[in-house]
Design a protein around this ligand. Structure first.
Ligand code: AMP
Ligand code: MG
Length: 479
């Protein structure tokens, strides 16, 4: 194992008030369930897990692979719209860095921020996080990555007895909005400034010379968040717990918990079973993005000009709409902007809503829209077919006006409308098999979702409608 040695995490440069040194709590009989060979290579690690003995021990936390002890960072946050006070890495620890990326274990034991929880993650949720981070990466959506998934027979109690697992996460930084909120609400403006300076130096160096670097950083975080949420909306991804402590400063998708991809389109779809008010429903995500950015801007106020900060926040809605419109036009195979674009989009959503037309299947089917044909396979996805015909008429008019070669348009559309997403029932199937000791479905899904835009005929069933039992699946925060 001596072949792997992590560099010290740059987060340590911030000093002791930003983190606690921790030790991973060993787990018995660790078993490497999945290894991300491609990501490993980019980090300078072997792509073939079999070639390195002891990987499971290293990436479950049983054996040190860095000179210094791991650290858990402190942050706070607004949870479900309410100030929650101090939180922190309750079950995550930074091990160190490889190739400029932070390496973090999730589920390796308690930290000073665990509160009364066990510091563990169960196999079920770890499989979901491992697969979804890589699925999002495959979709081209900014995200933390997953390097390894290690399981252990150690019992972990949730609603019932489950078993432990550890995911190794990789990102340039795991900084969250909540890190800034923490020091702001403590009234510790010196620490707040040190943290903002650290973030700018390492992650926004191009703003160092700006008139106000903190404002420039905030502007970029607003933009990246708008772009990220536009990505989510376009692919039908629901995060499920958009608390400010789950919002990445870098605009990455972070903390995969009760997330879900839309099956049938429903603007009010709530993927998190514990979200009784629907605060984090699919259609709410853009607005919640703004709420969270407001919390971040508030925390940075000691470093900002108030009016400039407010003006920046006011730009969010426009930035989001532009980003979403760009994505929707691409999904529709349109190249030119038109004054009636939003009408075309919203009419489509209104058509999809009543019958909950399947989001992924619809867009993929639309790729084959024929301006000279009847398009029955697409039409059949709607309950109100005459209304679809009216929409399709206007859509066809737009396509005709643009005059793009049909084959070219179809190819472009196939490259932005995925065939495969990590639907709940697909993850669930992998989880059920894994619980029975068979991890092959995890590996199969990881491979499949690497190329979500490619036709993979042997996996046709994975692109179909969810089975009836899928509607009974519920995912909550207790992971
Ligand atoms: P989440 O909603 O999963 O992002 O978690 C919110 C907070 O609770 C974070 O500070 C987590 O570190 C902490 N937390 C969640 N689950 C556990 C656990 N099993 N053990 C310790 N801390 C946890
Ligand atoms: Mg979290």
């Amino acid at each position: 194992m001596s072949s792997i040695l992590l560099r010290s995490s740059r987060f340590r440069q911030l000093g002791a008030q930003f983190y606690s040194e921790v030790a991973a709590e060993p787990l018995p009989e660790p078993m490497l369930i999945a290894w991300n060979g491609e990501l490993a290579t980019s980090l300078g690690l072997p792509s073939d897990a079999g070639s390195v003995p002891g990987l499971a021990d290293a990436f479950v936390g049983n054996q040190a692979i860095a000179a210094e002890s791991p650290v858990a960072t402190v942050y706070s946050g607004h949870q479900f719209g309410v100030w929650a006070g101090q939180l922190g890495d309750g079950r995550a620890m930074l091990l160190g860095e490889l190739a400029g990326q932070e390496i973090q274990l999730k589920g390796a034991g308690q930290t000073p921020y665990s509160r009364r929880a066990d510091g563990r993650a169960v196999l079920r949720s770890s499989i979901r996080e491992y697969l979804c981070s890589e699925a999002m990466y495959g979709l081209g959506i900014p995200t933390t990555r997953a390097l390894a998934l290690v399981g252990s027979p150690e019992a972990v109690w949730r609603e019932t007895r489950e078993t432990a697992a550890v995911v190794t996460r990789v990102a340039p930084s795991f900084l969250r909005f909540g890190h800034f909120e923490h020091f702001y609400y403590q009234g510790n403006h010196a620490a707040l400034k040190a943290l903002a300076d650290f973030a700018i130096t390492h992650y926004f160096p191009h703003h160092q010379e700006a008139a106000n670097p903190y404002q420039a950083m905030l502007d970029e975080v607003i933009e990246r968040t708008a772009e990220l949420i536009a990505d989510w909306q376009a692919v039908g991804f629901c995060h499920g717990v958009m608390n400010t402590d789950n919002m990445s400063l870098l605009g990455l998708t972070i903390d995969y918990g009760p997330f879900g991809f839309l099956d049938g389109f429903d603007a009010g779809h709530i993927c998190n079973h514990s979200d009784h008010s629907g605060r984090y429903a699919y259609g709410m995500q853009p607005e919640i993005g703004l709420f969270n950015l407001n919390c971040l801007a508030q925390s940075l106020l000691p470093l900002l000009d108030r009016d400039e900060a407010i003006a920046a926040l006011k730009r969010y809605q426009g930035e989001f709409e532009t980003a979403l419109a760009d994505r929707l036009r691409a999904k529709l195979g349109l190249q030119l902007e038109d004054a009636n674009d939003w009408q075309l989009f919203t009419r489509l959503f209104e058509l999809m809503q009543p019958g909950h037309a399947d989001w992924t299947i619809f867009w993929r089917a639309l790729c084959r829209f024929d301006t000279a044909g009847l398009n029955e396979p697409i039409r059949d996805l709607f309950v109100d077919r005459e209304a679809f015909d009216a929409w399709a008429w206007d859509y066809k008019a737009r396509l005709t006006l643009e005059g793009r070669d049909q084959e070219q348009r179809q190819t472009a559309m196939l490259a932005v409308n995925p065939k495969y997403v990590l639907r709940n029932h697909l993850a669930e199937q992998a989880i059920r098999q894994a619980k029975a000791g068979d991890f092959s479905e995890v590996v199969r899904l990881q491979l499949l979702l690497k190329q979500p835009f490619d036709e993979q005929p042997e996996f046709e069933a994975y692109a179909g409608l969810p089975p009836d039992w899928a509607s009974e699946l519920s995912v909550s925060c207790s992971s």
